[in-house]
Design a protein around this ligand. Structure first.
Ligand code: XIL
Length: 362
C-alpha cells in the first residue's frame, strides 16, 4: 500500500470514528433529555373546555390520593355540599367561611375554576335550606330583602374568586310549573319574580360572575326542557342577567344516547353557556342488591360519557362552560351497588374516563 492509500484509509477511519462518537453522544443526549422530560400525563385538563369534579373539602384535606387526583385532573371544581345555603349560613347574618375560603385557596393554588353551587334552592334539607329562611315570616318585600342580604354576603365574599354560580337550583317541578307551596321563595315572592330577583342580586354583588339556572331532568323530560328554555327566554326578555344553563344530568345507562344529546342541544338553543353540572351515570338504576359491574355495563357507561363530552365539544366554544361529574370515585357508601363515576374506589381511571376523554376529540 502506498503512502497515499494509507493516508486515505486513516482519514476515513477518523471520519467514521468521529461520526460514531458524535452519534453516540447525540443518543446519550436524547436519552438524558427523555429522563429529564416530564412523562406525558393524560388528564381531563386536556379537554377543550373546563372539565372536573364535585368535591368535599374534608376529602381534599384528609385523603392524599383524592387531593392528588383532583389536582391532576380537574380544571373546574364545584363543592358538592359545602357552598349550599344551609352549610354557609346557620342563622341570619351568620356565615361560615372556612370551607369556602379553603376551596377558593385550593382552586387558585392549583389553577382551577371554582363554580359556586348554589345560592337559592327550594329544597328543605339541612344543606340546601337554612332553618332561619324556612321559618322566616314577613312581607314579600322582607322576603326579597333576606334573599338579597344572603346573596350579597356570599357572592360579595367570593367576588372575583368564584367564576360562576348556580344562582337558582331546581325551580321547575316535573310538570313544568313553578313549585308553588313546596317552595318558600315561590310562596312568599312569587315566580318567576324570585328567580329574576336572585339573578339581579348576584349580578349586583359580582358583575363579572357568570350566572346559571341549574336543574335536572332534561335528558328524559321534554316538559322540563321546554319549561327551562321558556324560563330563560322570559328572563332575557325582562333583561335579567342570565348567562348559562346547568344540566345536572344524574343519568344512567338505560338512557338512550340520543336523549343525552337532545338535552345538550336543547339547552344550547338558548344561545347561553351550557354546563353539564352534576354528571353521573348509574349502572344500577333499579337499585338491585346483586348487580355486577359487567363489561357490557362498562361499555354502556363508556358510551354515555363519550356522548356527553362529544356533544359538548361540538358546541360553539363560547357556549362550552364545561362538564362536572358529581363526585370523584365510585363510593362504597351507596345503599346498593353502583359505579357511576370516572374513577373506581381506589382512584383508578375506569372505562368511563376513557369514554369522556375520547369524546373531547370525537
Ligand atoms: C346532593 C349531594 O350529592 C348529597 O351529598 C346531599 O346529601 C344532597 O345533595 N341536585 C343538586 C345537588 O343540585 O346539590 C344534589 O347534591 C344532587 C341533586
Amino acid at each position: 500500500m502506498d503512502i497515499k492509500n494509507m493516508l486515505r484509509i486513516w482519514m476515513l477511519s477518523l471520519v467514521c470514528f468521529c461520526g460514531a462518537a458524535a452519534c453516540s453522544s447525540k443518543e446519550e443526549e436524547n436519552s438524558k433529555k427523555k429522563d429529564n422530560e416530564e412523562p406525558e400525563v393524560q388528564s381531563l385538563r386536556d379537554a377543550p373546555f373546563p372539565a372536573g369534579v364535585a368535591i368535599a373539602p374534608n376529602s381534599l384535606r384528609n385523603i392524599a390520593a383524592y387531593r392528588e387526583l383532583v389536582i391532576r385532573e380537574a380544571s373546574t371544581i364545584t363543592a358538592e355540599n359545602a357552598m349550599k345555603p344551609g352549610n354557609i349560613s346557620k342563622g341570619r347574618g351568620e356565615y361560615f367561611w372556612d370551607d369556602v375560603d379553603y376551596l377558593i385557596d385550593f382552586a387558585q393554588t392549583n389553577n382551577m375554576r371554582l363554580h359556586g353551587h348554589c345560592l337559592v334552592w327550594y329544597r328543605q334539607s339541612v344543606n340546601s335550606m337554612p332553618a332561619w329562611i324556612q321559618n322566616f315570616s314577613g312581607t314579600k318585600e322582607e322576603w326579597k330583602a333576606i334573599m338579597r342580604e344572603y346573596i350579597l354576603a356570599v357572592v360579595g365574599h367570593c367576588k372575583g374568586k368564584v367564576a360562576s354560580w348556580d344562582v337558582v337550583n331546581e325551580a321547575i317541578a316535573d310538570d313544568g310549573s313553578f313549585r308553588g307551596s313546596t317552595d318558600v321563595w315561590c310562596t312568599n315572592i312569587g315566580a318567576p319574580e324570585y328567580i329574576d330577583w336572585a339573578f339581579r342580586c348576584a349580578h349586583e354583588a359580582d358583575p363579572d360572575a357568570l350566572l346559571f339556572y341549574n336543574d335536572y331532568g332534561h335528558e328524559y323530560s321534554a316538559v322540563k326542557r321546554t319549561a327551562t328554555n321558556n324560563l330563560i327566554r322570559g328572563m332575557q326578555e325582562r333583561g335579567v342577567p342570565v348567562h348559562g344553563v346547568g344540566l345536572q344530568m344524574h343519568t344512567n345507562t338505560n338512557r338512550s344516547l340520543q336523549d343525552l344529546r337532545t338535552a345538550i342541544r336543547t339547552a344550547a338553543e338558548t344561545g347561553l353557556k351550557v354546563h353539564v353540572s352534576e354528571l353521573d351515570v348509574s349502572v344500577n338504576q333499579a337499585g338491585a342488591a346483586d348487580v355486577t359491574f359487567t363489561e357490557e355495563l362498562q361499555n354502556a357507561q363508556f358510551n354515555s360519557y363519550m356522548m356527553v363530552s362529544s356533544e359538548m365539544a361540538r358546541l360553539p366554544q363560547e357556549q362550552q362552560h364545561g362538564i362536572t361529574t358529581w363526585g370523584v370515585r365510585d363510593l362504597e357508601t351507596y345503599g346498593y351497588p353502583d359505579w357511576p363515576l370516572l374513577f373506581d374506589k381506589d382512584f383508578n381511571r375506569k372505562k368511563a374516563y376513557d369514554g369522556l376523554y375520547r369524546g373531547f376529540s370525537e
